[in-house]
Design a protein around this ligand. Structure first.
Ligand code: CP
Ligand code: NVA
Length: 300
């Protein structure tokens, strides 16, 4: 593994390896056992979009590993004035040991990896959010103890989270159902991948998708960059919500995950969110541990 660009690139073994290291790093942190695997290393963090969890967990994680992280807002870099990503990649490769980037186009992240000579980590694009899904898988295994015989159900927009969850959960060994309205389906590349799995189902019925699910996941109806479509999307996604009715269709011990930020009473009710807050905030915490594992794998 040279980069973390999207879940499609990872093998099952690589995913499990990252999760095992993440569990170990979480244990070491809780028991104050130092783990300075990246002493003297620097990570550049390029942000073209807002972030709370990604920025803070990468920066803190790098510090805990003995290294240093630089916050690079794209609007303050020459990238913001049109310097090509290919040139930025070759320059940053001479100063840094790794780059985390959050941007719009997946292509930009792939270009950075191709032209640079250091590991690149995708901190979210419109197509994928692999760091989040590694944290989700870590949390699912923590609460359920395994992946085999589990069903993950995603309800909502076929966005970066849906794309990455479908691939990540299928690779990990889970069954997957996704309920997305017409016109808001997951990316064709993801559906092409998923069609090789008998245990994958795509429907426009949230209730059907939720039947017997062990894990229910949703995400916002309008992602970053889609703010102008928010009103139109409120209409298109009506009913694509994790609520009491959906919980009743799932297994009685089903857990709920949400990458956050959440829009209560849109994709999830306040009641379900608060009843499962423990799982959702453990998931947010696990961003830290899972990303530290990724950085150690790529940069140590
Ligand atoms: N879930 C997630 O990536 O959160 P941020 O946008 O706050 O980084
Ligand atoms: N789908 C959301 C995820 C935020 C973490 C977005 O892209 O804005």
């Amino acid at each position: 593994m040279k980069h973390l660009l999207k879940m499609l690139d990872l093998s099952k073994e690589e995913i499990i390896d990252i999760l095992n290291l993440a569990d170990q790093l979480k244990y070491e942190l809780k028991h104050s056992i130092p783990h300075p695997h990246l002493k003297g290393r620097s990570l550049g963090m390029i942000f073209q979009k807002a972030s709370t969890r990604t920025r803070v967990s990468f920066e803190t994680g790098m510090y805990q590993l003995g290294g240093h992280a630089l916050f690079l807002s794209a609007s303050d870099l020459q990238i913001g004035r049109g310097e090509p990503v290919q040139d930025t990649a070759r320059v940053l490769s001479r100063y840094l040991d790794g780059i985390m980037i959050r941007t719009y186009k997946q292509e930009e992240v792939e270009n950075l990896a191709e032209y640079g000579s250091i590991p690149v980590i995708n901190g979210l694009t419109d197509f994928s959010h692999p760091c989040q899904v590694l944290a989700d898988l870590m949390t699912i295994r923590e609460f359920k103890g395994q992946f085999d015989d589990l069903k993950m159900c995603f309800i909502g927009d076929g966005n970066n989270m849906a794309n990455s969850l479908i691939v990540g959960c299928l690779k990990a060994g889970m069954s997957v159902s996704a309920a997305c309205p017409e016109g808001y389906r997951p990316d064709p590349q993801v559906l092409e991948f998923a069609k090789n799995y008998d245990c994958f189902e795509l429907t426009d019925s949230p209730i059907k998708a939720a039947e017997n699910a062990d894990v229910l996941i949703t995400d916002v109806w309008a992602s970053m960059g889609q703010e102008g479509e928010a009103e139109k999307r409120k209409i298109a996604f009506k009913g694509y919500q994790i609520n009491d009715e959906i919980m009743a269709a799932a297994k009685s011990d089903a857990m709920v995950q949400h990458c956050l930020p959440a829009h209560r009473e849109e994709e999830i009710t306040e009641k379900v969110f608060e009843a499962h807050a423990n799982e959702i905030f453990e998931e947010a915490e696990n961003r830290l541990h899972a990303q530290k594992a990724v950085m150690v794998k790529l940069m140590a």
